[in-house]
Design a protein around this ligand. Sequence first.
Ligand code: NAD
Ligand SMILES: O=C(O)C(=O)C[C@@H](O)[C@H](O)[C@H](O)COP(=O)(O)O
Ligand code: ZN
Length: 345
Amino acid sequence: MTIDNIIITGNVSEVLNDILNKENYSKIAVLVDENTLAHCYPLIKSNLPQHTLIQIKSGEINKTLNTCTHVWQELTDQSFDRKSLFINLGGGVIGDLGGFCAGTYKRGIDFINLPTTLLSQVDASVGGKLGIDFNGFKNHIGLFQEPKNVLIDLNFLKTLPEQELRSGFAEILKHHLIADRTGWEGLKHKTFEAMDWTTSVPHSVQIKHKIVTEDPHESGLRKALNFGHTIGHGIESYLLNSGRAILHGEAVAAGIICEAYLSYKRELITEEELNDITQFIQSIYEKINLSDLDREEVCNYLMQDKKNRDNNILAVLLNGIGSVVWDQSLDRQESLDSLVFYDKL
Ligand SMILES: NC(=O)c1ccc[n+]([C@@H]2O[C@H](COP(=O)([O-])OP(=O)(O)OC[C@H]3O[C@@H](n4cnc5c(N)ncnc54)[C@H](O)[C@@H]3O)[C@@H](O)[C@H]2O)c1
Ligand SMILES: O=C(O)C(=O)C[C@@H](O)[C@H](O)[C@H](O)COP(=O)(O)O
Ligand SMILES: [Zn+2]
């Protein structure tokens, strides 16, 4: 299946080779971490023309400027010029950071995303949001720039740990809640084990692609994709910076419960809809334990959310299932209340 520059294939190596044969890149770099080097690189290696491997350490904790410096240094040492190509072979951390490095090196060189996690296949590789964390704030420094191509191959998922699959599933769930009411009605009765990635990956890619095509730079509609992320990023950032890191999707799942609760409090969804969402998420994700003090700390992080304006926290809430409203002003007490609701589940 192909949507614009996104190709879903069962043979990523061949498709990549075809693309490279049509271009005349001066040099090629492939960015990996230790896991994608071991599990994903073997799937593309034999068909790749001469290239340089650049390796970084895995994990959100390394999505930082220091890691970028290492990448830019390698490109510079090996005289990569503006006709070079950068290939991101990995999950969302590799895609966000590698895309940021490529998009800024000599003011930008082409890059191709080969997403290897469920989360990056259904979300992070699509839409050109690139960046790194700074001073502990998520994606604080970055830019919008589209990859030349996104090549999605479900074969990569065969080696992905189950916890990572569950994390990626949170973004699939988000896509249903913000844009597909009918799909949610079917999904909510399923177990995680019954999920079929061959249908749900293209479905999610279609939803995300449609939104980012309409509003690439997040002036309005694209904020829908941030549902669950106001509180979710607060939880993720706080726990990362206090040495208790959890996965992005795990934080987003908790954020979805909190923001669904806020939607219910504003009478935007019914109690039954809220219950369906919380029960479904509770059946898939372990509860994140947050003390009173932790919840206060999480709320401090909300002040740096990129959707804010004039020091107002502006969240995205559900407006019925399958639809959202954005720029919804949120005060600290409401945010705390939503975290208390989550805690009491
Ligand atoms: N740009 C966007 O639109 C966007 C969207 C959603 C999330 N994100 C970002 O994406 C990041 C999370 O991405 P992620 O969940 O892919 O995490 P990740 O990139 O950290 O990858 C998860 C883990 O799986 C390993 N791995 C990757 N592919 C593998 C494979 N096929 N087999 C075995 N191990 C493999 C990685 O080495 C890593 O340890 C966060 O930083 C988040 O902010 C960005
Ligand atoms: O693509 C988008 O737009 C999203 O918001 C997708 C999110 O799942 C993703 O986590 C994104 O990186 C969050 O963006 P941010 O602007 O809140 O950092
Ligand atoms: Zn996300």
